[in-house]
Design a protein around this ligand. Structure first.
Ligand SMILES: Cc1ncc(COP(=O)(O)O)c(C=O)c1O
Length: 353
């Protein structure tokens, strides 16, 4: 604590991202990155865009927003883009939630939400997930300040069908409900289908997972133009050029390559389902995942020890030492080869038990 820090810097408890040990020998299954490279065409688009780095980018990321709108069957006025979905989330807290008005999110959820709440002075209530980690949708009705939740949830991977999301929207007609769909492309239908019906719905997405662009930092939001305008007001009061030329061009190229997106997403979903079976064979209880990661616990092996043992074998997974989930590991779905190494290591460790 420094005496020079503002009240804002003092009250924040910063988010701690997953370890980024990018040594070649590390099998990195801890931050839900995509194991496949970005779509063909992305690097070339970035190289072409680099020719014009002398010039500022489009402050409204027009061409990228058009590509996203086409993909989602929306119009560009229903799309907002920024520097990673974490930034879209931060702008959304500023645009739609108010200091002093209590928002709700699940007790097991993305750990950035309480960080933004504290930073922006928005009080929050953590709504307990049911014992099986599914969402108690009724408990989100009439939230004083609004609602935010990931679907599929993180770190559980559990997907809430659209009927449940619809009931949360109906229960909060005068407040914004934010559905953070970082992992939706590995799951069932998106809440984006409900945008025309609900003016209180904001859907937030990222290119970091299903589009293999975690390093480029492009997130986006979908909603009715009134909400998008709110986000633009905040962005333009903060940083007009929040996505740079390279990010806009690279992300647009990724959206234009539908075949590659479908192929890689399909491979990850298939590998996820095979890996869930394999983990169950090793004695793990695995939550039903609709994401690109698996959340699992072993009745006889301590999760923290598994994490440490795997790390000593150069395999990184995520362990959250938090209430309710301290016995669980979150494992990103990697390539066939990476998963085979993970299973080899787990068998080895479990045999030593
Ligand atoms: C639920 C959820 N939302 C948002 C994000 C942030 O994604 P990004 O800032 O890379 O777009 C993540 C990243 O892991 C996440 O798990």
């Amino acid at each position: 604590m420094s005496r020079f820090w503002s009240e804002m810097a003092r009250r924040t408890e910063p988010y701690v991202p997953g370890e980024q040990l990018n040594r070649m020998e590390i099998i990195k299954l801890n931050t839900n990155e995509n194991p496949y490279p970005p779509a063909p065409g992305v690097t070339e688009a970035i190289r072409d865009a680099a020719e014009n780095l002398r010039l500022y980018p489009s402050p409204t990321a027009d061409s990228l927003r058009e590509a996203i709108a086409e993909t989602e069957n929306l119009v560009p006025d229903q799309v907002f883009a920024a520097n990673g979905s974490d930034e879209v989330l931060a702008f959304s807290f500023m645009a739609f939630f108010n200091p002093g008005k209590v928002i709700r999110f699940p007790d097991v959820s993305y750990s950035f939400y309480p960080v933004y709440s504290n930073l922006f002075g928005v009080p929050f209530e953590e709504v307990p997930l049911r014992a099986d980690f599914t969402l108690d949708t009724e408990a989100f009705s009439e939230a004083e300040g609004g609602v935010i939740l990931p679907n599929p949830n993180a770190p559980t991977g559990i997907y809430e069908p659209l009927d449940g999301i619809r009931s949360i929207l109906e229960g909060n007609p005068d407040r914004v409900v934010i559905i953070d769909e970082a992992y939706i492309d590995f799951a069932g239908p998106s809440a984006a289908k409900l945008i025309s019906e609900f003016d209180n719905l904001l859907v937030i997405r990222t290119t970091s997972k299903s589009r293999s662009l975690a390093g480029l930092r492009v997130g986006y939001a979908l909603g009715q133009p009134e909400l998008i305008e709110g986000l633009v007001r905040i962005k333009d009061s903060f940083n007009s050029y929040t996505t740079d030329r390279l990010a806009q061009a690279g992300a647009e190229a990724a959206f234009r390559n539908v075949d590659y997106f479908e192929e890689t997403t399909g491979k990850i979903i298939a590998a996820r389902d095979r890996s869930a079976t394999h983990l169950a064979e090793l004695g793990f209880t695995v939550l039903p995942s609709s994401a690109n990661f698996l959340f699992c616990t072993h009745p006889e092996a301590d999760a923290e020890r598994l994490y440490t043992e795997l790390k000593s074998r150069n395999i990184l997974v995520r362990h959250f030492g938090k209430p309710r989930i301290k016995d669980y590991l979150r494992i990103t779905v990697g390539t066939e080869e990476q998963m085979a190494k993970l299973f080899g290591a787990l068998e080895d460790i479990l045999n030593q038990n």
